[in-house]
Design a protein around this ligand. Structure first.
Ligand code: PBG
Length: 334
């Protein structure tokens, strides 16, 4: 027998064989598109730190929903930018009847039955201090007072037509109180996507530019509620609590830096695990490939395959439409 006995390369010898032995697959079905919006009938505002991502006015948002649907994408997550003069220390505009986000949700529900609308439950786009909740006298986020407001916010979002509410605030007990409030108001059908494991990451900076909360937060951080990047045991406890409180899906965020966490949750719990390729991760991929669009497509595809390999069921990515288009083109080539 000739050396070596085992030739792994036989299973890589051409594209057809490689396709046959591929272990994990990404499809448009797995993609969720986050979208930034502004209160304007028509707008497409550049976000400096996120090339090719824009803040959309209502008209462009509707077009985006149609585009996503055509590409086979099942859900979008919308994030509002709110005018500075509407922000206060309690984030009152989040609960105001005037909040344009409610109108937007309502409008896009008329456009597509298929595309599910996910909306964050948190106060950071609305607060003058940029935190996700209400502050106590010491200047820290008051857990229980915040939960009460979040429960109200979730019900208003459900009333506006949100299919899935996504608490992204990391308060203790918020999933439970949100579930109870939704049920009490007859929104038993509305799902909860819990940002169960959300780290206090440096990768959210472009997002904070996009929703306009960066200046409000200033030099402050969110370490008293978001998790320490060094921890995984704590991630398991967070996920367990959220499941017990009624979460329908768990999310790990950021995603790319935290693939081990995705894998851990997927193996420990019988719940779908979503991953968020966050703004800083998107910006890194863009920067790396800024001179070569094909390199961007390839690195994006690779990152999606890695999410699937780690066990993610669905993935939020700002490049969801590009990714879906790549998959469509690949299909055409086969
Ligand atoms: C708000 C929220 C953040 C993100 C999603 N929801 C930012 C934060 O917690 O400061 C970040 C998403 C991204 O960076 O793409 N609670």
């Amino acid at each position: 027998m000739k050396f070596p006995e085992t030739r792994m390369r036989r299973n890589r010898k051409n594209e057809s064989i490689r396709n046959l032995v591929q272990e994990n697959h990404i499809s448009a079905n797995d993609l969720i598109l986050p979208v930034f919006v502004v209160d304007k009938n028509s707008a497409k505002e550049e976000i400096k730190s996120m090339p090719d991502v824009f803040r959309l006015g209502l008209k462009e948002l509707k077009d985006k929903v149609r585009e996503a649907e055509d590409l086979g994408i099942n859900a979008i997550a919308i994030f509002p930018k709110v005018d500075e003069n509407l922000k206060d220390d309690k984030g009152s505009y989040a609960l105001s009847k005037e909040n344009y986000l409610f109108r937007y949700i309502n409008k896009i529900k008329l456009i597509s039955q298929k595309v599910q609308v996910i909306v964050d439950v948190a106060l950071d786009p609305y607060t003058s201090h940029g935190h996700d909740g209400i502050l106590n006298k010491k200047g820290d986020v008051d857990n229980d007072a915040t939960c009460e407001v979040l429960a109200e916010q979730a019900v208003l979002l459900a009333k506006a037509g949100a299919d899935i509410v996504a608490p992204s605030d990391m308060m203790d007990g918020r999933v439970g109180i949100i579930r109870k409030s939704l049920d009490k108001n007859n929104f038993t059908e509305v799902s909860i996507l819990s940002y169960a494991v959300k780290y206090a990451s440096n990768l959210y900076a472009p997002f904070r530019e996009a929703v306009g909360s960066a200046k409000n937060l200033g030099k402050a951080d969110k370490k008293t509620y978001q998790m320490n990047p060094a921890n995984i045991r704590e991630a398991i406890m967070e996920a367990e609590l959220d499941i017990n409180e009624g979460a329908d899906f768990l999310m790990v965020k950021p995603g790319m830096f935290y693939l081990d966490v995705i894998k851990e949750l997927k193996s420990k719990f019988n719940k779908p695990v979503f991953a968020y390729q966050v703004s800083g991760e998107y910006a890194m991929l863009k920067k790396y490939s800024e001179e070569d669009i094909n390199l961007f497509k390839n690195i994006l595809y690779e990152s999606m395959q890695c999410f699937k390999r780690a066990g993610a069921d669905a993935i939020l990515t700002y490049a969801a439409c590009e990714m879906a288009r790549i998959l469509k083109d690949n299909d055409k080539n086969l």
